[in-house]
Design a protein around this ligand. Sequence first.
Ligand code: TXD
Length: 307
Amino acid sequence: MTKVSVIGAGNVGAEVARRIVEKNLADVVLVDVVEGVPQGKALDMLQSAPIEGFSNSIEGTNDYSNIQDSDIVVVTAGLARKPGMTREDLVIKNGQIITEVSKNIKKYAPKSFVVMVTNPLDVMTQLCWKTTGFDNNRVIGMAGILDTARFICFLSEETKVPAKKIEAVVLGGHGDAMVPLVDYTFIDGKPVKEAISADRLASIVQRTRDGGAEIVKLLKTGSAYYAPSASAVEMVDCILNDRKKVLPCSVYLKGQYGLLDVFIGVPVKIGAGGAEEIIELKLTEEEKHELHRSARVVKDTLLLCEK
Ligand code: TXD
């Protein structure tokens, strides 16, 4: 039986769990430190099974030993950003949480793949990889899929071309540090530079960078979770069904893009072997520079966690 554990039963975690069972992808175990919450949410979801027609089980727990033998562990535990708070403000607190979660993954699900969601994303992915000692292909961070989806949404809104006919790739760190690749962005087959003025494109790029903050500001409490959970479940689906789709994810680089010993968002083939192959795209000098700047931020932030 395929089993996916989701750590953190908050907004993103619960939505990830719901999408997984509703798509009949796997049995789900939902874990949280707060007593009753994962159990209550799991029971509520289970009671939707007769209506939605899924047959997989879902169970909520406060006990990490229940993640035993998971094929994939999706990590969403941590604090969400509050208005005005940067991702980096979260680093110390979330670093402690992710260290504890990673030790439990290593102990109870030593053969699993990890899909990291907690912010600051690239840093938490690297911290989890270090703490578990898992191979590079088995720890993958979710950010680029979401940033790319947001970029495509805004481009679609601007051009009135359906999202399905827009191609785009966003690399680099999550959010403020993302690097959209303009030369790989096509609107209905046409280079984006020919479809949109430089000014409009710059403002869409900026809106994408601030995509998370825009939602935090509107919600007032909590942050985005519908598109983030869809993005994480896309990765789960690719691993469980060996899709071999090329998706922008945060993975360990050992020389690719001129970067060493750092997790950062790049295109990677996701299949049954996890992060199977990193694809090296040709970047402009400016994009290369931005990607390297992004990687430096990850390395510097990681030091905060390790103090
Ligand atoms: O693109 C991306 N990667 C992201 C990242 C997109 C959206 C959200 N992103 C980040 O995911 C966000 O900044 C947070 O760091 C996480 C989770 O966001 P969510 O919106 O789900 O936060 P919640 O609703 O506060 O839920 C967090 C849950 C909450 O129920 C806590 O009780 C629980 O995490 N928590 C724990 N669970 C298990 N174990 C431990 N130690 C623990 N500590 C807290």
